[in-house]
Design a protein around this ligand. Sequence first.
Ligand SMILES: *Cc1c(COP(=O)(O)O)cnc(C)c1O
Length: 416
Amino acid sequence: MSIRALGNGQPVDQVLASMEAMRTDDVRWRDGKCFTLAYSAGPEALALAEEAYRRFSGENALNTAAFPSLRAMQQDVVDTACGWVHGDDNTAGFMTSGGTESLVLAVRAAQKRAQREGRNLSNMNVVLPSSAHAALEKGADYFQVESRRVAVGADWRADVNAMSNAIDDETILVVGSAPQYPQGVLDPIDELASLAKERNINCHVDACMGGVTLTYLERLGEPIDPWDFRCDGVTSISIDLHKYGYTSKGSGVLVHRNKQLRSDQTFITNNWLGGMYGSSGILGTKSGGPIASSWAVMHHLGDDGYMRVTRSARESTLRIAQHIQNHPALELRAQPVSTLLSFGVTDVNRHDVFAIADTLISYGWYMDRQTPPDSVHLTVNAVHAPLVDEFLADLDRAVIESVGGNGTVGAYATTE
Ligand SMILES: *Cc1c(COP(=O)(O)O)cnc(C)c1O
């Protein structure tokens, strides 16, 4: 631990120059070198996202009575998301800061519903496949609910029978993903939702990755198993806008089947000296930046734009998946349902997939490593289309160069 004094103020140009110098080693996601963490629908959409964010970054959506602009934009964004997931007049949601806040709130909403309905539970649990996102673990930890993980099947999809067996009288929530992050496959949402409906408990669909992509893939004519409110029993769905909505960071939507279920995610109190205080999610002060950026990009791209970027990301994904499948040293974990895929090696005595990742990173690419099993994960988006050939050539080269090497075990995120 060290202590640093701020010192005297510096001119704007100097401050900006220092920041630009600090970012020289950052991954070049705008150039398509990065298969995780950042997304680009092209320079024009990016510039608009940043400009809209800049104009509203100081506005505060904690109280939209003061900012009717933010109220209108937020409502419009949520209503559009409700349409994407086949909601109806009862469907209602709120914008969140992204997938993690949405999932944490989905756990809290299930817990609050159980309390609201007078269920006297001392050891609440959520039943979720081993593939479901880590943020659900965070939600279970925050609210002291047991996370009951159920191993996925050989196809990496949620095992409905095993999940059914794991549910008991203290289960408050069943989760499925559309798609799940690690292997990019779609859980059998319809069947999971039925399990929840039979027991009158919540079923959350984590469509943080697929909410936009699966919607537009279906409109493009791809056969996609049902995963949204068309599945009877689904009570809430999370959709990230800062991923395949191509907006600035800090933007997601959590939608509920009706307003009563939505009320389980909100908090209101007057138990202090400051009067009535209510908020829809975890944040208090809430920047207008992500709201404005989302509204701007969504209206700039429109349905035709989302079809275009979705088709592009999907085509790149399929080309990469095909190449990996044909590669004798590489093993595609599963056929991707949307734009996420992962792969390992066919012979772990000869190759280490993390060494391959190290080599690719030394070439200037960036990607996630995950385990179990040891795999490289690619999140493919619209920025990648012009680079697929170059990436695949580098992948082939990296496989050869890293024979016998030992790679670095990576972590998805750090707590430094
Ligand atoms: C990214 C992701 C999340 C978490 O979202 P953040 O926006 O990173 O907080 C949740 N679920 C899935 C499937 C994801 O891919």
